[in-house]
Design a protein around this ligand. Structure first.
Ligand SMILES: Cc1cc2nc3c(=O)[nH]c(=O)nc-3n(C[C@H](O)[C@H](O)[C@H](O)COP(=O)(O)OP(=O)(O)OC[C@H]3O[C@@H](n4cnc5c(N)ncnc54)[C@H](O)[C@@H]3O)c2cc1C
Length: 476
């Protein structure tokens, strides 16, 4: 059957759009988790019609498909399922339209997120969803994961910006949800069913997004504190004083060390405030408003034991702080994004393993919660860091285990203790990610009730009757 499938593919696609065997570059076997999958080949269509034709043939021959965007995902969504063909959307990378009058962008799924940011900015428009992986992730992957990022505190998440989705169903049928106008439907919001579906329900081929006017100005403040709990208390106060900065990040000494190593002695050197913890704050809006907001943030930090503030940075310096924030994320995750040869089957061999936790604490309680979280992490062997999008209360803890360590017993205990603190403050324990190691059950991540799970299983069966689309990824 595979030979017949390949024969049919060859008649559908150009030579450069189909790779099999040793021609397949290493990166297609994995994503940022480092887990290595098994694939039969990679298909890189150049048009929506080629995507449709490929899916139709795969459906007829019952060949599993693993959709792939930028491969920056942390949930194994683009790690190939056994026997699958990876469907990479990277050649569908056109910004089809930027409508300055109606604030709309139409893009193909392979557009790199940061390219859309820059193209929108050139037109005086603003696309605020800025995940820390935006230089490599693409819009199709972002929709499949409902990405969010630095500006969530003010601008929300990707699902808030989707107007219309065009996609191909696993049977090869062309479909869409939503519409371009702002208010176009009543009843069930079908867009939301497909956003975050991790490539299990359909392949996005065109995405229509709402944009905003570019804010007149953005200003950044970097504030250094002696302790992380003091930075957290200041972050809580910023939110509870009804200020909505466009970004509010809390970072511990691991980030400061990264700055010191890579930016302090660079030319021109970047000033780094005193302290063991930082708040990185961005405000935006009209010039006067941004100035006032910044002043109020400074006053709040003054009242919360700030050691030093940098509020008069040049645009270049501000940009370098935000770039550093993004680059440091790759370091925390021990990224292997430059993988060019086929990865080793056992990634643990050459990469330390990272347990990465994501959870939400009500922003007003950050100061109180952080002390407890720090005391848990201080007892864990291996290097740890605690940081996050403080404005949304979305914190992350990362524990990097040395390669010689048996962490299988430590992981569930760390997750359980963190979850206890999160629940104590009525927060949400969202998920643990296993980077460079096999997943370990902690029985803690948010689970859907069995009844609802059954409803969605039936829905998946209806949409994908032969279970070819990312077959083993529905509940990751
Ligand atoms: C350093 C780093 C920082 C990160 N920071 C953030 C952050 O701030 N916020 C955040 O939300 N996430 C973050 N992530 C996670 C990740 O980057 C995002 O989830 C991103 O949206 C994934 O996009 P991608 O194009 O790389 O998708 P991939 O990893 O290629 O795929 C992700 C999922 O989408 C599916 N998919 C891809 N394209 C399509 C398509 N056209 N149609 C249907 N399904 C498709 C895949 O099958 C897979 O299930 C970060 C990751 C890293 C490594």
């Amino acid at each position: 059957m595979k030979d017949r499938f390949l024969y049919r593919l060859e008649s559908l696609l150009d030579k450069g759009s189909l790779w099999v065997g040793s021609n397949v570059p290493g990166k297609y076997y994995t994503d940022e988790t480092g887990e290595v999958g098994e694939l039969e080949g990679v298909v890189l269509p150049s048009s929506v019609e080629e995507v449709r034709a490929f899916i139709q043939v795969a459906y007829e021959e019952e060949i599993p498909i693993t959709p792939r965007g930028g491969g920056s995902g942390l949930r194994r969504g683009a790690v190939p399922s056994k026997g699958s063909f990876v469907l990479s959307l990277e050649k569908l990378n056109k910004i089809i339209d930027l409508d300055k009058v109606n604030y709309i962008a139409k893009v193909q799924p392979g557009v790199i997120t940061a390219h859309l940011h820059r193209a929108a900015q050139e037109e005086g428009l603003y696309y605020p969803i800025d995940s820390l992986s935006s230089e490599i992730s693409v819009l199709g992957g972002d929709v499949a994961e409902n990405a969010h990022g630095l500006h969530g505190v003010r601008y929300g998440e990707l699902r808030d910006y989707i107007r219309r989705l065009d996609f191909i169903l696993p049977t090869g049928e062309i479909a869409h949800t939503g519409a371009v106008p702002m208010k176009s439907v009543s009843g069930y919001d079908m867009n939301k069913l497909f956003i975050g579906s991790k490539g299990t329900l359909g392949i996005f081929t065109e995405i229509t997004l709402k944009l905003l006017p570019q804010p007149e100005t953005t200003r950044t403040l970097v504030a250094g504190f002696r302790y992380l709990k003091e930075a957290a208390a200041a972050a809580s106060a910023i939110i509870t004083h009804l200020l909505t900065p466009s970004a509010l990040e809390i970072l511990d000494k691991s980030f400061i060390q990264f700055l010191q190593k890579n930016y302090r002695d660079s030319l021109p050197a970047l000033p780094i405030p005193k302290g063991e913890a930082l708040l990185l704050v961005e405000v935006d809006g009209f010039e006067d408003s941004a100035k006032q907001q910044l002043q109020r943030v400074e006053n709040i930090c003054q009242n919360h034991k700030v050691l030093e503030m940098l509020g008069d940075l040049s645009q270049d310096q501000e940009q370098r702080f935000w770039n550093a924030r993004k680059l440091w994320s790759y370091k925390v995750l021990n990224s292997r994004r430059n993988q060019t040869s086929r990865p080793k089957i056992s990634p643990e061999e050459d990469r330390s393993s990272v347990l990465f936790l994501s959870f939400f604490i009500p922003p007003a309680d950050l100061g109180k919660a952080i002390e407890g979280l720090e005391s848990i992490l201080n007892q864990v062997p291996g290097s740890t860091t605690l940081f996050g999008h403080a404005g949304e209360g979305n914190l992350h803890a990362a524990v990097s285990f040395p390669s010689n360590q048996d962490f299988k017993f430590v992981v569930p205990s760390v997750c359980r203790q963190v979850a206890e603190i999160v629940y104590k403050f009525q927060g949400l324990y969202a998920k643990e990610y296993f980077i460079g190691m096999s997943p370990i059950s902690t029985a803690l991540s948010q689970r859907i009730s069995p009844g609802l799970q059954e409803v969605f299983s039936q829905f998946k069966k209806k949409v994908d009757p032969r279970n070819i689309l990312n077959p083993d990824k529905a509940w990751i």
